[in-house]
Write a protein that binds this ligand. Structure first.
Ligand SMILES: C[S@@+](CC[C@H](N)C(=O)[O-])C[C@H]1O[C@@H](n2cnc3c(N)ncnc32)[C@H](O)[C@@H]1O
Length: 212
């Protein structure tokens, strides 16, 4: 599923992606101030699937001081990141399913439903490999929606499709039980869950896992 979803991002373009972020109330990164108490002392933070740089800019605007690596596999979005985030992040063009970090990060952020673009088997397998990549004592943040509104259509309780004129994205929304099981199986301790509402009132959650 994740391999097929790349076409959606190759065609969407940064401005459409920005529009979707705005619709969902995420344009102004309401998540970052909530995360700052947990991530503020990190030396090396990697964002998985950095898109057009929304989180990179949010980190900068909230005074994050550590080094930021923006990982993205879509070549067109990497181009945007190189133009717009030059100086604020190192751009790492790589697929999360097939890469190694040269240096172990102490924070991994997987924001704005990134995990949903993978099947349950892929979700478990990526979380397992992220555990290996992290520093001991490091944290992994996984952000997911608790309701589907504005963007995407539920097909059943867990499957979602985003069907647009530029392409289709298939998604799987893990339940809280599934997410906590992925984390525990990979070896993570569940540190906390942050429930929040976006600027357009969407209910979303961030699961914070720790590699003890
Ligand atoms: C919904 S966007 C989120 C963008 C950004 N994290 C944010 O919060 O604004 C998901 C991003 O993950 C990227 N992505 C999807 N699968 C990926 C993979 N296997 N490896 C790296 N990036 C991936 C997509 O290209 C897209 O830019």
């Amino acid at each position: 599923m994740n391999d097929a979803n790349i076409e959606f991002y190759r065609r969407i373009g940064a401005s459409k992606l920005q529009e979707l972020a705005a619709l969902q109330g995420l344009a102004q990164t309401p998540e970052i101030p909530l995360l700052m108490p947990i991530i503020k002392d990190a030396q090396l933070l990697v964002e998985i699937g950095a898109g057009y740089g929304r989180i990179v800019k949010g980190l900068k605007n909230n005074g994050f001081q550590g080094k930021v690596v923006a990982q993205e596999r879509c070549p067109e979005l990497c181009q945007v990141l190189r133009q717009d985030c030059n100086g604020d992040a190192e751009i790492f063009e790589a697929d999360i399913k097939r890469q190694q970090y040269p240096q172990k990060p102490d924070v991994l952020l997987w924001m704005w439903s990134g995990i949903l673009e993978f099947t349950p088997e892929e979700q478990q397998s990526v979380i397992q490999s992220l555990f290996g990549h992290l520093q001991k004592g490091g944290i992994l943040v996984i952000e997911i929606p608790r309701e589907i509104r504005y963007v995407g259509k539920p097909i059943d309780e867990r499957k979602i499709v985003v069907d647009t004129e530029w392409g289709r994205l298939d998604a799987y929304l893990p339940s809280e039980g599934e997410l906590l099981t992925y984390g525990a199986k990979a070896g993570f301790a569940h540190h906390q869950t942050i429930h929040y509402q976006t600027d357009t009132g969407l209910k979303r959650s961030m699961y914070v896992f720790e590699k003890k």
